[in-house]
Structures are given as C-alpha cells and as structure tokens.
Design a protein. Structure first.
Length: 107
C-alpha cells in the first residue's frame, strides 16, 4: 500500500472535461477514497512523467474575412452554446468533407 504523505498541500485549480470528472468519481468509489484530491494524488503518485509524451495539435493563427451575418451568427451561438468563437469555427471546419459530395445524375 502506498505511504500517505503528511506534507503540506496547496489548492490547485484547473479545467477538466466532464467525462474525466466522472472518471475521478468512479475511481474514488472503486478505490474507496474519500475525495477527488485523493484520486488526483494517487494518479500523480503512480504516473510515469519521465516516459510520457503528451500529444499536442500545433496551432497557428490565421486571418480570414467573413460576412457581417456570419460574424453575428458565430457570436450569437458562442453565447448560446457557452463556447468560444474559435471552438465553433473549428467544429465547422472539421465537419467539412475533403471533397464536395457528387451531385445525383440527371436522367
């Protein structure tokens, strides 16, 4: 069993996806731990930081022109969906097929 550390602790605040918060709760119950903090400390104590290779999708800033209506649409949905304009733009771009769909042949 891992040795419990009695060293001073400090709060650490960060954003996590809801799915990962659900996993923390599942691990907490499965390991009979008392708090999310104990789960995080367990994960940090067991993780091999030396060999991990975080994956990152490099970002590059570009400037484009959109119509006034498109800009207003992005801002409106940004507020409605509680998402950034950039997130919505990425979703729109990711949904585009690489090639246009072929039109149905006319008889």
């Amino acid at each position: 069993m891992a040795k419990k550390s009695r060293k001073a602790s400090a709060p650490l605040t960060f954003d996590l996806p809801v799915s990962l918060i659900a996993k923390i709760e599942s691990v907490r119950r499965g390991h009979s731990l008392k708090s999310a903090s104990e789960v995080v400390r367990l994960a940090l104590g067991n993780f091999d930081f030396e060999t991990c290779e975080p994956t990152r999708d490099p970002h590059k800033q570009i400037s484009v022109r959109v119509t006034t209506d498109q800009r207003a649409t992005l801002k409106r949905y940004s507020r409605q969906k509680d998402a950034s304009v950039g997130e919505l733009l990425r979703l729109a771009l990711e949904s585009l097929p690489a090639k246009p769909a072929k039109a149905a042949k006319k008889k």
